[in-house]
Ligand binder design. Structure first.
Ligand code: FES
Length: 162
């Protein structure tokens, strides 16, 4: 549900941009910042506020991989599965992470810590394999290095998540 305060901010965006189309993406970003992800109900409400069809809102929300349409883990792993990142090892980074985390593409670990998502090119083809964890970018990844990264995040959580 979009509360009154959030609705007012979205209406502010509608005034800010000369074309209301331009308010769709910042409105979705705002909803995600406030609520952690954008639900189906949020998109329906946004379509009523901005007076666009639900399909128009969904087409924008589903296009951008940084927009979350369902709850995700604290650490959102986006793993490139494009050609450069898939050719370098006997197994892909995605397969390795899926095995060590025990989850597949689009899933979240039971403790809510890690979400795994296969994505297209992250722009690091020359430094493959690559992945992102939230907004941090990792390149030239070997499986040992990936294991250390995951373990360091688990360790950080055991220490209180600071
Ligand atoms: S193919 Fe993986 S970053 Fe481009």
């Amino acid at each position: 549900m979009i509360d009154a305060g959030l609705k007012k901010e979205i209406e502010g965006l509608m005034i800010k941009f000369p074309c209301i189309d331009s308010a769709i993406l910042p409105s979705l970003t705002l909803i995600q910042e406030r609520k952690g992800f954008i639900s189906q109900g949020d998109m329906e409400e946004l379509s009523r506020i901005l007076k666009f069809s639900q399909a128009r809102i969904f087409s924008v929300a589903s296009f951008y991989s940084m927009l979350k349409l369902r709850p995700r883990g604290k650490y959102h792993l986006q793993v490139c599965t494009n050609i450069s990142c898939s050719l370098l090892r006997e197994k892909t980074l995605m397969e390795h992470l899926s095995r060590i985390l025990g989850i597949g593409d689009g899933e979240t670990t039971g403790d809510g810590l890690f979400s795994l998502e296969a994505v297209e090119c992250l722009g690091s083809c020359g430094y493959a394999p690559a992945m992102m964890i939230n907004s941090d970018h990792f390149e030239n990844l070997g499986f040992d290095q990936v294991d250390r990264i995951i373990e360091s995040l688990r360790e950080k959580e055991r220490a209180g998540g600071v």
